[in-house]
Design a protein around this ligand. Structure first.
Ligand SMILES: Nc1ncnc2c1ncn2[C@@H]1O[C@H](COP(=O)(O)OP(=O)(O)O)[C@@H](O)[C@H]1O
Ligand SMILES: [Mg+2]
Length: 371
């Protein structure tokens, strides 16, 4: 287990890590998430004794890294994949580290096989691609068969196949009961890899919770509802009815309404009572990436004035509805909304059966048709 208590690091006037307290437990992949410059690498360097905390402390299995007997056997870290002597062959690099730590030579070939570098074992590392460098760094971390593993942005620069490989490796190491602490600035990647998330911004702790819990907390749901294009007053009537019932209604660019604060059946009942025919009523979730950016927004270190993400941060990216004395509603596109045909329907349009019970059997039949 890794435990940080009030961990703080200042570089002159700059506070890189600010009063961080957290625990990283064995048997899980713990994601360490934060924008660039938020203090992830500095925290990891302090964990392995490369930076000295200004105040607070961090321990591994109860001891500071420098006090661990034979630390290589307890902790493995990939902090900088480029920290390799370019003139050395991959196997020689690993062998030199193994010999310094009293690790037998056959372990070098084992880890080369684990990361799939057997064929490149005799190549000099200066000719390595970024991905090969990352694999060699991971092999180095695994050399002492340690219980605690730290990886700083291990998927940076990897292709999709490499990313999937790293993800599966992290999960396997955690399943073996190891403590796995992985940093990334990408929410989407961590949501798939980590069971637990520690999120920081400007060196401060923003969240420390299970990934599923984080997703449930941070991806707010909404409904999209759209009146039939053939009824010119439908949208306005519907908007009024939904607002009156306590819903928060915003207009989407394509003429649909985005509704929060009302459940789907309630929206349907209100539309029915108002005599508005619907062409769409669908549940949606805001993306997790969007929630993460909102959370770390004030904690982002460097942003350009033309930041493409800026629009995600706006409180209200949608136009005000026409019935709230806002600007007039945008043109309604002529094309209507139709549900795409379900798989196996042979491209035939999907017609909603009049009896909901038929829905399951229709889907089953069409699925069987394709066999
Ligand atoms: N050796 C150093 N001297 C001065 N400032 C540093 C040093 N190392 C990191 N920093 C600063 O500390 C902050 C956190 O950096 P870092 O830990 O690398 O963030 P991250 O890994 O999350 O991108 C940044 O503002 C960075 O410029
Ligand atoms: Mg970093």
């Amino acid at each position: 287990m890794i435990e940080a208590v009030g961990l703080t690091k200042r570089f002159g006037a700059k506070t890189a890590v600010d009063q961080l307290s957290f625990q990283v437990k064995p048997g899980h992949v713990t994601g360490f998430l934060g924008p660039n410059g938020s203090g992830k690498s500095t925290t990891m360097r302090m964990i392995v004794g490369l930076d000295r905390p200004t105040s607070g402390r961090v321990t591994i299995n109860g001891l500071p890294f420098r006090e661990l007997p034979n630390a290589q056997r307890h902790v493995g870290a990939l902090l900088d994949a480029k920290a390799v002597h370019g003139g050395r062959r991959a196997r020689t690099h690993l062998l030199s580290i193994a010999q310094l730590s009293g690790i037998p030579e056959k372990r070098v070939d084992e880890v080369l096989a684990v990361v799939g570098l057997q064929d490149a074992a005799r190549q000099r590392t200066k000719g390595f691609s970024l991905g090969m460098g990352q694999r060699l760094g991971i092999a180095t971390a695994l050399l002492g068969d340690p219980q605690v593993l730290l990886f700083d942005e291990p998927v940076n620069g990897l292709d999709p196949e490499g990313i999937l490989w790293v993800r599966n490796l992290m999960r396997r190491l955690a399943a073996e009961g190891r403590t796995v602490f992985v940093s990334s600035h990408l929410m989407s990647e961590m949501a798939l890899t980590a069971d637990h998330l520690i999120v920081i911004g400007r060196g401060r702790l923003l969240a420390d919770m299970g990934t599923q819990e984080f997703i449930a907390h941070n991806s707010a749901g909404f409904a999209r509802v759209r009146a039939a294009d053939t009824d010119p007053d439908g949208r306005e009537t519907l908007g009024r009815a939904l607002s009156k019932a306590g819903g928060r209604v915003l207009q989407e660019p394509d003429g649909a309404l985005r509704v929060t604060g009302l459940e789907l059946p309630g929206i349907s009942d209100l539309a029915h009572a108002a005599g508005v025919r619907l062409w769409e009523l669908s549940p949606h979730r805001a993306s997790l990436e969007e929630a993460y950016m909102r959370m770390t927004q004030s904690a982002v270190e460097y942003t350009s004035t033309e930041d493409p993400r800026a629009e995600l941060w706006e409180q209200d990216p949608l136009a005000l509805p026409a019935w709230e004395d806002g600007p007039s509603a945008p043109e309604v596109p002529q094309a209507g909304f139709f549900a795409p045909p379900p798989p196996g329907a042979g491209g035939k349009p999907f017609l909603m059966p009049s009896n909901p019970g038929e829905l399951a059997s229709t889907a089953k039949d069409s699925a069987e048709d394709t066999r």
